[in-house]
Design a protein around this ligand. Structure first.
Ligand code: TYD
Length: 210
C-alpha cells in the first residue's frame, strides 16, 4: 500500500462529530489572509451513483448482502480516488484533500459484518492516507448525540458501535505500521477544543508548512 501525500482522513463512530469539524475547517481556510493551500473536503460514501446506492442500503431501503455492501464501498472508493477530479489527481496537484471516512471505515464496519478478509483484500490496493485523525468517543455518548436524528442507519445501534470502537482501537497500530500518521482526537471535548486538536495535527503535514 502506497502512501498518498496531502491526503488526510477523519474516522470515528457515528456521532463522533467529524462533519461538524469539517465545516469549521472549511471556514478556517476561507478566512482572509490565511496563507494556506487549496482545500478539498470530501466524504465517503460519495454523492455519486454508487454512493447513492450505498446510502439507500444504509437506510434499509435496498436489501443487500454485507459482502455486496463491502464491494460497493470499495467500488465507490475507486471512483473517488481515480475518477476525474478525484482524490489522487487533486492531492498530486498540491491540494490538501480531507475525506470524511475512508478505508478504515470499511475495515471496521464491513470487517465486523462480513469478516476481516474481504474488506482487507478489496481495500489493499488503495493508497494509505498521510494522516488519519481518529475521533475517539465513548459509544454511549456518541449514541446519545445521534439519538434525535430522524433516520437511523443500519450500523447506528449501540452494540455495533461498541464493537466498532474496539476494532478501530486495535487497528490504529496497523495503520501506523503502514506509514500513516495516526492522531487520536478526544472527541468528547467542546467543539472549539476539538477544532484545536484537529488543527494541531493538520499543521504538521508538510503541505501546511509550505
Ligand atoms: P457517515 O457519512 O459518517 O454517516 P452520516 O452521513 O449518516 O452521518 O457514514 C455513513 C455510514 O457508512 C456510517 O455508519 C459508516 C458507514 N461506512 C461503512 O460501513 N463503510 C465504509 O467504507 C464507509 C466509508 C462508511
Amino acid at each position: 500500500m502506497d502512501l498518498l501525500r496531502n491526503f488526510a482522513v477523519l474516522e470515528g463512530l457515528d456521532g463522533s462529530g467529524t462533519s461538524t469539524q469539517l465545516d469549521l475547517l472549511k471556514r478556517r481556510f476561507l478566512s482572509p489572509g490565511a496563507d494556506l493551500p487549496p482545500l478539498y473536503v470530501t466524504a465517503e460514501p460519495t454523492g455519486g451513483e454508487l454512493g447513492r446506492l450505498i446510502r439507500r442500503a444504509l437506510k434499509g431501503e435496498a436489501a443487500l448482502l454485507g459482502e455486496t455492501l463491502a464491494r460497493l464501498f470499495a467500488a465507490d472508493r475507486g471512483e473517488h480516488l481515480y475518477g476525474g477530479g478525484g482524490i489522487v489527481e487533486r492531492a498530486a496537484r498540491g491540494e490538501l484533500v480531507i475525506c470524511d471516512r475512508y478505508v478504515p471505515s470499511s475495515l471496521v464496519y464491513q470487517g465486523l459484518e462480513c469478516g476481516e478478509e474481504l474488506p482487507r483484500s478489496l481495500n489493499d490496493p488503495f493508497p494509505a492516507p498521510e494522516l488519519i485523525l481518529f475521533f475517539d468517543l465513548d459509544p454511549h455518548i456518541a449514541a446519545e448525540r445521534i439519538r434525535n436524528r430522524k433516520e437511523r442507519e443500519i450500523y447506528e445501534y449501540l452494540e455495533f458501535q461498541i464493537k466498532a470502537r474496539r476494532r478501530y482501537l486495535s487497528l490504529l497500530p496497523v495503520f501506523r505500521s503502514e506509514g500513516s500518521a495516526v492522531v487520536q482526537i478526544d472527541a468528547s471535548r467542546a467543539v472549539e477544543e476539538v477544532a484545536e486538536q484537529v488543527w494541531a495535527a493538520l499543521k504538521n503535514m508538510p503541505i501546511m508548512r509550505g
